[in-house]
Design a protein around this ligand. Structure first.
Ligand code: 13P
Ligand code: ZN
Length: 274
């Protein structure tokens, strides 16, 4: 039975994504977490959904997610190890009818718990589902250059977004809504979950200064690609700002407006002039 679960496309996607995130250097040690919304049909094709292994209480009730299924990374699990031991590092769960507990249906084999960032994940899923019915994935990691940029760039959403758009020509096309920023906060708390979710109504990217990035998307690839693009722009920023010679030319506002129009996207208002 368990071998069958591991063959499920959504388990394979989690194994590949965690491994790729680790390869990118975004997930040192147990850094990072993913949660992926699944349908009952998907889960029941690979698993007996009436067999509950454990029930864990939630101290932040999520009635909006009542009876919804997720596959999540476990707390303290190293992303480099997920591929080799998915049943220990991942868990498939269902939110209870009242939204006040979760049933573990598979995985987290050795008594593990879902990621400590579950409040931010669940609250972000609720926010994104309000604005995007196809929403499915929340991904968090410690993308190196995004993190670096939160030390060297002012922490203001509009100017941070504009700098990122200016770093690679296709950024404005990939994230026309820009990026949101929170103040530095203690991770793993309900409060950072609430603040992240408030931003997720309007943004698919939320940056936690000196910590990392949250991305939302409809597929694993799209979410990975979103974070990859923001991280690439932050890398260019960090490279060019460590250059003695400084920056000699930029992508202008006029260029970005022309680009957005050519690709049919609408950049968030109030950032570009012209
Ligand atoms: P978990 O191992 O609990 O998922 O925590 C990792 C992390 O990145 C916390 O922000
Ligand atoms: Zn983290």
């Amino acid at each position: 039975m368990d071998e069958k679960v591991i063959q499920a496309p959504f388990v394979q996607e989690m194994m590949d994504a965690t491994y790729n995130m680790w390869r990118m250097g975004w997930d040192e040690r147990n850094g990072g977490n993913i949660s992926y919304l699944l349908t009952e049909e998907e889960v029941s094709s690979y698993l007996d959904i009436t067999r509950v292994l454990r029930n864990l209480p939630l101290n932040f009730p999520v009635p909006e997610l009542s009876n919804k299924y997720f596959i999540v990374t476990g707390s303290g699990k190293y992303f480099k190890n997920v591929k080799g031991n998915p049943e220990d590092c991942l868990g498939i769960l269902r939110v209870s009818e009242l939204g006040d507990s979760i049933d573990i249906l598979w995985g987290l084999k050795n008594g593990g718990n879902p990621t400590s960032e579950l409040p931010s994940h669940f609250m972000s899923h609720i926010a994104r589902l309000k604005v995007d019915k196809n929403h499915r994935v929340i991904m968090h990691n410690h993308a190196t250059n995004v993190l670096a940029m939160t030390f060297t760039h002012e922490l203001e959403e509009k100017s941070f977004t504009k700098t990122l758009w200016q770093m690679c020509t296709e950024c404005v096309v990939v994230f026309p809504d820009g990026v949101a920023l929170l103040p530095w906060m203690v991770p793993g708390t309900d409060l950072i979950g609430e603040k992240t979710a408030e931003k997720m109504i309007d943004y698919r990217v939320v940056i936690w200064p000196q910590h990392g990035i949250f991305g939302a998307g409809t597929t694993m690839d799209e979410t990975f690609g979103l974070i990859e693009t923001v991280e690439k722009a932050a890398q260019i920023y960090t490279i060019i700002h460590s250059h003695q010679g400084g920056v000699k030319q930029v992508i202008t506002d006029k260029d970005l407006i022309a680009l957005a129009s050519a690709f049919g996207v609408t950049p968030r208002e109030g950032i570009l002039q012209g």
